[in-house]
Design a protein around this ligand. Structure first.
Ligand code: ZN
Length: 507
């Protein structure tokens, strides 16, 4: 009895410390949100110092020796007996996080954070000036730091494993490579069949003039309709859209507008709103504890891609929304028929820019990045040779080569921010999304009818109950198995793409 009381007290102390660490994390997120939406350029150097300082504080908080002692004391106690109970989940996940973090020297954590902020600033300049050579030393430094990090974390097979595991706990490079290879083998013939189809799509409709103010209000309306709660979140403008949670009741989403690209901002907003709905659906009372945290980046991405693609690019969604779109953009869409519009937003063609890619070719963009960053981290590719390797892979997988590095290797912020091991989670997200959506349709008896009537609540509640409310109770692989009864596979995504695009392109 006395022992149980002691365990309970130790557990409470552990939880208090985790909640304090989460506060520090969220303060860092606020600094980053500001940096990417509002901060003037001259504020950059001091912001990098602030971010590094906060990262150091957070690291100290998360690796304090007493945490190791508490976890040791709780390891075999009744609170930890069931690894998927509330207390078992908290103990298991905090142990995992502590084991990883405690291996990293504080100096390396601070240096990585400082270089990440500086790196993003230098990347923005390099992209603007199309100057890979000027960016190269910084990227080299970042690759070196990530290799140091992998060495400190330890690995058996490849230094990429511990980096990937940061974003997708439990995933292995070999397993991800296998699933993506199966996907590629099924995808490449579909892309070719679409390219050869005589029934091309007129995508020019969505590049007409779409006034930015109307895009903002229409996008906001759609995000609210699918369930993003604007009383607990907001939408701002940035260069490289993202979503970040700043606290229970404060989720920030961002987008960028182009008057002549309706799809970019609209589907971007649905995408970020999907991330936001996940964050808003996490158990609030457990904020800062593993039971109140998202599972992984891949599962996070499944929520954004599901709302963006399976829902937002479906015919049923537009049977509900198209007349509102015509009212919002009368000069662009006033005389357009729904089938033409539906085809235009689902135009498939090989393109250079990942974030503007269609649902079918998108995963090929990810595959290229996965292969290149794996080679960089494993030291099979030198930073100086990266642009040429990038262009060669685009030619090989998509049949096009970028005319400049700005539209090629410099287009994404990730590597400049030290995010190696992150790209594959986008493809995993697409795979999870298709598998979850197929299951939701089966469980809920079809979703087209509710979508036609503007009812997105049943799907949202299904996601909330099965995924959001679970926090980190299960690993990504366990979650997929539990919800769908099967391990992750490329088949549901291929079934979705083959059926949808078979119709549009009359294959
Ligand atoms: Zn996303």
């Amino acid at each position: 009895m006395v022992r149980d009381k002691t365990h309970q007290e130790t557990y409470e102390k552990l939880c208090d410390t985790a909640r304090e660490a989460a506060m520090l994390d969220r303060i860092q997120c606020l600094l980053e949100w500001d940096e990417r939406t509002k901060m003037p350029p001259a504020g950059g150097a001091y912001r990098a110092d602030q971010a590094a300082y906060m990262a150091g504080l957070t690291h100290q908080k998360k690796t304090a020796p007493e945490i190791g002692a508490w976890l040791g004391a709780l390891a075999d106690c009744p609170l930890a007996a069931d690894p998927n109970s509330d207390t078992g989940t908290v103990i298991r996940c905090l142990q995992r996080d502590y084991n990883k973090r405690a291996r990293l020297p504080q100096s390396l954590v601070e240096e990585l954070t400082r270089m990440s902020v500086l790196g993003q600033q230098r990347w923005a300049e390099a992209r603007r000036d199309n100057d890979f050579t000027g960016f190269q030393p910084l990227l080299q430094k970042m690759v070196d730091l990530k290799r140091q990090e992998a060495a400190a974390l330890g690995y058996e097979t490849t230094p990429y494993d511990p980096l990937l595991d940061d974003y997708e706990p439990g995933a292995s490079t070999a397993e991800v490579a296998r699933v993506l290879k199966e996907l590629r083998e099924a995808l490449v013939p579909l892309v070719a069949a679409i390219a050869d189809s005589p029934h091309g799509v007129d995508a020019s409709i969505v590049t007409r003039n779409f006034p930015i103010e109307a895009q903002e209000s229409f996008g906001t309306e759609a995000a609210a309709a699918i369930g993003f709660d604007f009383a607990a979140g907001r939408l701002d403008v940035t260069d490289h859209p993202f979503c970040t949670g700043l606290g229970p009741g404060d989720v920030r989403i961002t987008t960028r507008y182009d008057e002549h690209a309706f799809s970019d901002a609209f589907f971007g907003i649905l995408h970020e709103a999907g991330h936001g709905i996940y964050d808003q659906g996490l158990p609030r009372a457990d904020y800062g504890l593993p039971t109140g945290e998202d599972v992984s980046l891949g599962i996070h991405e499944s929520q954004s891609r599901l709302w963006e693609n399976q829902v937002g690019r479906s015919l049923a969604f537009w049977e509900y929304f198209f007349s509102a779109a015509q009212r919002a953009f009368p000069s662009a869409l006033g005389s357009v028929q729904l089938p033409e519009f539906y085809s235009a937003i689902n135009d498939v063609r090989p393109s250079l820019i990942r974030v503007e890619a269609d649902e079918v070719t998108y995963n090929l963009h990810i595959l290229i990045r996965f292969e290149l960053e794996l080679a960089l981290i494993e030291d099979h590719l030198q930073v100086a040779d990266l642009p040429a390797a990038w262009n060669e892979k685009y030619q090989h997988y998509l049949g096009i080569a970028p005319p400049s590095d700005a539209e090629g290797v410099l287009q994404d912020v990730h590597w400049s921010a030290g995010l190696f091991g992150y790209f594959p989670t986008y493809a995993l997200g697409n795979l999870y999304a298709a598998q979850f959506f197929a299951q939701a349709q089966q469980d809920l008896g079809g979703l087209e009818e509710p979508f036609r009537r503007g009812q997105f609540g049943p799907l949202r509640e299904w996601l909330r109950e099965n995924i959001h409310a679970q926090g980190r109770r299960y690993t990504p692989a366990e979650l997929v198995q539990r919800i769908t009864g099967n391990p992750l596979s490329h088949e549901p995504l291929m079934a979705h793409l083959t059926s949808k695009y078979g119709e549009i392109y009359r294959l």
